[in-house]
Design a protein around this ligand. Sequence first.
Ligand code: PMP
Length: 428
Amino acid sequence: AGLDRHTRELTDKRSKVLGESYRLFYRKPVHLVKGQGQYLWDAAGDKYLDVYNNVASIGHCHPAVINAVNEQMHQLNTHTRYLHERILDYSEDILSTMPTAIDRAMYMCTGSEANDLAMRVARSYSSGTGIIVTQEAYHGTSALTSGASPALGTGQTLDATTRLLPSPDHYRLSDVDLGHWFAQQMQAQIDDMAAHGIKFAGFLADSIFSSDGVLPGTAGFMQEAIDVVHQNGGIFIADEVQPGFARTGEAFWGFARHALVPDIVTVGKPMGNGIPVSGLFAKSDVLASFSDHIPYFNTFGGNPVAMAAAQAVLTVIRDENLQEHSLTVGRKLLTELQTLMDKHECVGDVRGAGLFIGFELVKDRASKEADQQLALDVIERLREKHVLTSVAGPYGNVLKLRPPLAFQEQDIDWLVGALDESLTELTA
Ligand code: PMP
């Protein structure tokens, strides 16, 4: 109802030809045809502000990526069984952004494949099977990673060796020493594994806890828990699909924001600004436990075109000072969003790091009871005002504000204004 003819044709065709696991955003779906920087246009020519996409991280259709891909595509695209400079040059460059202990690179096409391999490596290194993830984590589409992705809901059976760590929800856990509490929770899960005859292999986590509701926490709070992981013979896999590539502004990597040295780092989404490319970076001794015995070949992973895109992204992040930009614009945006708390009782908490902000809606500030319905209604209202974003967290009541890093100070008014109006309209 209320859809124009063309939209209806497309949605009808989708439901006829596509697998039914696909989900569209919005009651009134958006049909996008063009992107540039932080903006998108639909088929009717209407302009939207993208406040959600971390794939087009340096901006939709960035010319540096288009040119790099175009040039390499004209030259050659092949796989990693031939010599090529691009994969080596990129590896040296990306490894130089990480702790020196992380000195090996491998490439795939999706974050899921990176995490899948990381889990296999964790298992060979530890000779255990048990993987700990957070309560609402999402780590991928493969059998291994979906078995460690509670965010997929009750229809997805978790692996018997998966254990869930409560989310470090610092909004609701305001009275505890978060770092200490998190470490205790970690030990409890490792102990539970042991009680069930499962040997601990590692902890896989996104250090901004995006699907747990965007929980940046105080920089450094994770250290004590990671110490527990290591004391128990496990490894720490930093899933940087969300917080990586300058997103948090405070550091280039999410783990670096917490001053951690992971054993394995997995990356995806923003790495190629839309070209499918992902990576796994590891300490050589950890990786050797796997790669000394098992060959790895990923047909498309690390191909010259993918590497050209990845190199262009890294260069642009540096040349355009996007980390500093994310920090300064992110702080301004956070401050503006926090002023909405003075006006709207339903805003329980506004938190973030750089251009990654969680905006939490509650029924009551004292009880902190989540207001999922309001969050869903706000998302729909924002869409009417041509601002695109979505929700996160176990209760689905946290607006996830994560625009391309091309987001500018002058975009703040559009976003904050639309949010202010939406809340007024819905709660009046
Ligand atoms: N890890 C995290 C934290 C993610 O957010 C995602 C994707 N949403 C993935 C892994 C999986 O990445 P991909 O969809 O590229 O397989």
